[in-house]
Design a protein around this ligand. Structure first.
Ligand SMILES: Cc1ncc(C[n+]2csc(CCOP(=O)(O)OP(=O)(O)O)c2C)c(N)n1
Ligand SMILES: [Mg+2]
Length: 559
C-alpha cells in the first residue's frame, strides 16, 4: 500500500536520527557498536526483545543448555579474544545459575558482560514471575551492576557495562533490564566509545630496575593480568635483555613460548625458592604461590600489577608497582639496560635451572610411557601432545586429570590454555570450549575432562552439535572424584561421596547427542581414537579409561 507523503517523510527522518525502537534493539545496537558479534544465552521470555534486536543487528545468538555454561562460554570468548564476552541470562533463576561463572570471571579478571532479564518495574514488589533484585548479590562480584530504569537510558548503561568490563584491570559487569523497560520503545543514541589511552608506567620502575640489575638469581613469575594487559611482547624483550628465567601460570601460560630458552616449568620449585629477586607480574600471592611461601625467605619480591592486590596478603612484597604492565616492563628494562645490566650476568643461574628442568623432564618419561591398562593419566597426554597443533586451545576441567595436564601440556601462544582459574569451579570447560571455538573456528579446541567434571556440563555437547562446533573432548575416566577420594583416604583412612560409575560410557552420551564418541581401554587404542576424533569434524569425546589407583603427588589440597 502506498504511504501518505507525511508518513514517508516521518519514517525517513526517524531512520536518520535512529527513530524510536524497542529496548531490545537499543541493547543490540549498543553491542554491535562496541564490536560484539555473539550473545551467549539460554532462552527466557524476559529476553525476547533482546533476541529480536540481535536478529536485526546480525548478532549471533548462541544458546546453551544451562546458564552457567552460557556464561562460561562468554568468558571463554573473552579469554580467547581479549575482548568483551557477553551473556544474556533470564530473570531470577537465569541470573542465579550464572553466579558461579561470574565469580570465576571476577577472580580471572575476565571482561565478561552479563545482561539480565528482570521482572517488570511497574509492578516491582508485587510478586511477578521470577522477581528478585539481582543487583545486591551480583554487585560484590562485578565492577559495576546496574538496573536500567528508562528505555532511553539503555544504550548509555549498556555501553558503560561493556567499556567498564574491558578497561584494565578488566572484570565482569552486570546490567539488568526490567521487562517493561526493555519491551517499550524509545529513541536514543549509542554513546561514542571512550578514547584508548596508552597506559602509564608505574612510579617505582627505577627502583625495580636497580634491584633486578643487581640480582644474580632473578626470576619472573607472571600470570593472568599480564595476558589481559597484552604484555607478552614486553615480557619477552625484558626476559631476553636481562637473561631472566620466566615461570608462567593462569592465563599467563603461553605468553613466552614453552620452548623458549628462558621458559621454565618443572624447575619452578627451585627457581622461586633460590631466586634473590623475583618480579611477580599480574598474579596475586595466592594459594598457587603458597601465599608467598613458594619464594625463598630471603627472596626480594617486586610485584607489578594493573591494580593494587585485592588480597589480604600473608606476605607483603618489598616493592609493589601498580601501573600499565607492558609500559612498566618496558620502563624497567630500559632503565636496567641503561645501567649496564645484561643477560651475561645470569648465565650460570639460567644453566643451573636448565639442568634441573631437563632432569625433571627425564624423570617424567616413566609415567608418560607407562603401558598399563586402564591407562596412567599421563600416558593419555603423551599421545595427545602428538596430535595437538602449536596454536591449539587446550581447556582443563577436572581434578587430578587436569593437574597432570597442567604439568606436561606445553603452551606456545597466549590464550592457548584455559581452566576455571583460582575459583576452581568444575564444569567450566565445555562452555569455555564453545566460546573459544567460536572465536577461533580454524584452530583445534580440546577440552580435557574428568568423568566427574563431565557431569556438570556434559550436555553442552548438544550445544556444540547444534551450533556446529567440532570441539574434541578427552576424558580421563577413572570412575571416581579422584582429587577428593585420595586425599580423604589419606586423612581418614576411608572415603565417602567419592565414587562414580566405573567405565561409564560418556562417549555414547555424546554419540546420542549427535557427536562422535570413542572408547579407549588400552594405550594402543589411543592414537587412532584421537585421530578419528579430530578428523570427525564433529564435537567428539574420547573416553579414556584411566587407573583409579594412581594417586596424584599433591602437597596441599584445600589451603
Ligand atoms: C563446582 C565444584 N564442585 C566441587 C568441587 C570440588 N572438586 C574439586 S576436584 C573434584 C574431583 C573431580 O573429579 P574428576 O572430574 O573426575 O577428576 P579426577 O580428579 O578424578 O581426575 C571435586 C569434586 C569443585 N572444585 N567445583
Ligand atoms: Mg574422575
Amino acid at each position: 500500500m502506498a504511504k501518505a507523503p507525511e508518513q514517508a517523510t516521518t519514517e525517513a527522518a526517524e531512520q536518520e536520527t535512529g527513530g524510536a525502537v524497542h529496548g531490545g534493539h537499543l541493547v543490540a545496537r549498543t553491542l554491535s557498536a562496541r564490536g560484539v558479534t555473539k550473545l551467549f544465552t539460554l532462552s527466557g521470555g524476559h529476553l525476547f526483545s533482546i533476541f529480536d534486536g540481535c536478529k536485526d543487528e546480525g548478532i549471533d545468538v548462541v544458546d546453551a543448555r544451562h546458564e552457567q555454561s552460557a556464561t562460561w562460554a562468554a568468558e571463554g570468548w573473552a579469554k580467547a579474544t581479549r575482548s568483551a564476552g557477553v551473556a544474556a541470562l533470564t530473570a531470577g533463576p537465569g541470573v542465579t545459575n550464572g553466579m558461579s561463572a561470574i565469580a570465576g570471571a571476577q577472580q580471572n579478571g575476565s571482561p565478561l558482560v552479563v545482561l539480565g532479564g528482570r521482572a517488570p518495574e511497574m509492578r516491582w514488589g508485587s510478586g511477578s514471575l521470577q522477581e528478585i533484585d539481582h543487583v545486591p548479590f551480583v554487585a560484590p562480584l562485578t565492577k559495576s551492576a546496574e538496573t536500567v530504569k528508562q528505555t532511553a537510558a539503555i544504550p548509555e548503561v549498556t555501553a558503560h557495562a561493556l567499556d567498564t568490563a574491558i578497561e584494565l584491570p578488566s572484570g565482569p559487569t552486570f546490567v539488568d533490564y526490567p521487562l517493561d523497560v526493555v519491551f517499550m520503545e524509545a529513541e536514543a543514541e549509542v554513546p561514542a566509545a571512550p578514547e584508548q589511552r596508552d597506559g602509564a608506567a608505574a612510579d617505582d620502575a627505577e627502583q625495580a630496575a636497580s634491584l633486578l640489575a643487581a640480582a644474580e638469581r632473578p626470576v619472573i613469575m607472571a600470570g593472568t593480568n599480564l595476558y589481559w594487559a597484552r604484555g607478552e611482547g614486553e615480557l619477552r624483550q625484558f626476559a631476553e635483555a636481562l637473561g631472566i628465567p620466566v615461570f608462567l601460570n593462569g592465563m599467563g601460560r603461553g605468553c613466552l613460548p614453552a620452548d623458549h630458552e628462558l621458559a621454565f616449568s618443572r624447575a619452578r620449585g627451585k627457581g622461586l625458592k633460590e631466586a634473590d629477586v623475583a618480579l611477580v607480574v599480574g598474579v596475586p600471592l595466592d594459594f598457587r604461590l603458597g601465599f608467598g611461601g613458594s619464594f625463598g625467605e630471603d627472596t626480594r619480591l617486586v610485584q607489578l600489577d594493573s591494580a593494587p592486590s585485592r588480597l589480604e596478603a600473608t606476605r607483603q612484597p618489598e616493592l609493589a608497582l601498580v601501573g600499565d604492565i607492558a609500559a612498566t616492563l618496558g620502563a624497567i628494562r630500559e632503565q636496567a639496560t641503561a645501567g649496564g645490566a645484561s643477560a651475561e650476568g645470569t648465565k650460570a643461574w639460567v644453566d643451573d635451572l636448565r639442568a634441573t628442568e631437563s632432569e625433571k623432564r627425564a624423570a617424567e618419561t616413566g609415567d608418560l610411557d607407562d603401558e598399563r591398562a586402564p591407562l596412567h593419566p599421563l600416558r593419555v597426554y603423551r599421545d595427545l601432545m602428538e596430535v595437538l597443533d602449536r596454536d591449539a586451545i587446550v581447556i582443563g576441567d577436572g581434578g587430578d586429570f587436569v593437574s597432570y595436564a597442567g604439568r606436561v601440556i606445553e603452551t606456545y601462544e597466549p590464550g592457548c590454555w584455559m581452566d576455571p582459574g583460582p575459583y576452581g569451579c568444575l564444569g567450566a570447560g565445555p562452555g569455555q570450549a564453545i566460546g573459544a571455538k567460536l572465536a577461533h573456528p580454524e584452530r583445534q579446541v580440546c577440552v580435557l575432562l574428568g568423568d566427574g567434571a563431565f557431569g556438570f556440563s556434559g550436555l553442552e555437547f548438544d550445544t556444540m552439535v547444534r551450533h556446529g562446533l567440532p570441539v574434541v573432548g578427552v576424558m580421563g575416566n577413572n570412575g571416581i572424584w579422584g582429587l577428593e577420594k585420595h586425599p580423604m583416604e589419606f586423612l581418614y583412612g576411608y572415603s565417602i561421596a567419592a565414587e562414580l560409575q566405573p567405565g561409564a560410557r560418556y562417549d555414547q552420551v555424546v554419540e546420542a547427542l549427535g557427536g562422535h564418541g570413542e572408547l579407549v581401554r588400552e594405550p594402543a587404542e589411543l592414537p587412532a581414537a584421537l585421530e578419528r576424533a579430530f578428523e570427525s569434524g564433529k564435537p567428539a569425546l574420547v573416553n579414556v579409561l584411566t587407573d583409579p589407583s594412581v594417586v596424584y603427588p599433591r602437597k596441599a589440597v584445600l589451603a
